[in-house]
Each structure stands twice: as structure tokens, then as C-alpha cells.
Design a protein around this ligand. Sequence first.
Ligand code: BTN
Length: 276
Amino acid sequence: MSRTVKKWAGLTREQLASRWGRESVHLYGAVDSTNDLAKELVEEGAPEGTVVLAREQRAGRGRSGRSWFSPEGGLYLSLVLYPEQIESPGALPVLAGLGVAERLDRAFPGLSPALKWPNDLYVEGRKLAGILCETSWADERPAYLVVGLGLNVRAPKKRPPAAVRGRAAFLDRVLEREVPLLEVADAALAGLEERLRLPCPVLEGATLDRLDRYDWLKGRRARLFPPAESGKGEESEGLPGVSVGIAPDGALLFRPDRGALRRVQSGEVRVEEPGE
Ligand code: BTN
């Protein structure tokens, strides 16, 4: 059972709904996953723009079946959208990441967030946030889009798991001050909506130019690995090359040292320098 709470960051759901100009905000204490709850709410008829927030997650989910470490002090938010069409599902996490990076950049001078393809935000070479976009289709049209954002705000009191240790960035540490969760949620939600709350969110024209500014991998030497779910990622040494950008369908453009330019739809990229 997921227990609802009266307030999140000091505000009630009615106050948050009015602050963010929407019908529906749901607040929880500890939940398994806000994305799972958002999908349950969709089944119950949740309106466009419904926001689900939790103080912590017990089974936060990431891309490729990974878990998302979700102790108290972080932002765990899911947003329900009903786009009329989705041309390229691969572009969605990139658009979401771009929106959040732009708004954080504006709200927190000195942070310099960047987008690491396909669904991470990086600060100082460490992971600040991850995005999980989940869609369901009915008759070749999107039935819904749930966008989940996990963002490290306060450094946790409990020791992070080995996979996270030394690889995560926390807003309060980077900015060397206490950062109010509400300010982070304001910026993140505005960014997600600006780039995704559209009849058909696409990556093109001016958006691609903006993306170029925030593309953390672009121009970096890196190794390309098969997707984690293929089970081959760990045993392979990876393909060495340089990341050269992101295509309109959200694919990574990767130039291997030997061979032709690749359009990578799914996979892992690790840069060949300290900090990754
Ligand atoms: C990733 O880095 O692979 C994506 C992580 C996404 C985590 C967020 S936290 C809120 C929402 N609920 C989940 O279970 N996952 C997303």
C-alpha cells in the first residue's frame, strides 16, 4: 500500500496544483515507484498534466531494468501526458532531459547541467538525474506517456549502493548550499512540460540547436557498449570512437575509430576519461 501524505515540501496538493496550474497532484510518503502509481492513475482516468510526487521510493526503476536509488531528500516525480502522436519514442527522454537541463541552468546559476544520452543529466562529470519515459499504445496511437524524473537534491544520510557511490552528483553539494526541493520541482516540471506537453513532441530545428549546447557526450572519446538488457555489455570491451551528436529520432551519432558513422538507438556509452 502506498500511503498518501498531506504535504510535500511544505505545501498541500491543492496548493501545488494551483502553483503549477493543473487539476491533479498526488503526494505520497514511501512508494515503490511513482511511475507505477502514475500508470495506475491513468487507468482511473487521470487528467493531462497529473503529477505524482513521493518523498522516497522503495523500488525506483531506471532504464534497462536498473534500479534508481531513491532515499528521502531527492525529487521523485512522474508526469502524465496524452500526446496525440509520438513520431520517435527515442526522442522523448532526450527532449525531457533537454527541458530539465535548460530550466535548471536558468534557476541555479553555476550548476551547468548537461544531458548525457539518452536519459541522464550530468553535473561535474557525475549523474545528477535520470529520466524514464514509458508509453503505451492503442491502435498505433499513444494511449499515454508517463515521464518519470529522479533528481538528486540532498546528499543522503544512508550509504548509497556501490553502483551509485562516487558516480552521483547532489545539488546541495555542487551548489554548496541547501537547495529547496520545491524550487527544483518548479524548474524541472516547467522544463518537462515545455518540451513534452505538446500534441506531437519532436526534436527538430531550433530544439536540435539547443540540444547541441547541452550534449555532454558530443566530441568526447568514448566506448560504445551493447544495451545492458542484451547481457553482452559487461563482457565486451566496447567500441572505441567519438560521439558526434544526436539525431532527430533521438539516436546517438557515434563515429567509431574504424568503420562508418553509427546511429545508435540503444546502448551504453562510457567516456574514456576520468569522471565517467
Ligand atoms: C535512469 O537513469 O535509468 C532513469 C531513472 C528514473 C528514475 C525516476 S524516479 C521517478 C520515477 N519513478 C521511477 O520508478 N523511476 C522514475
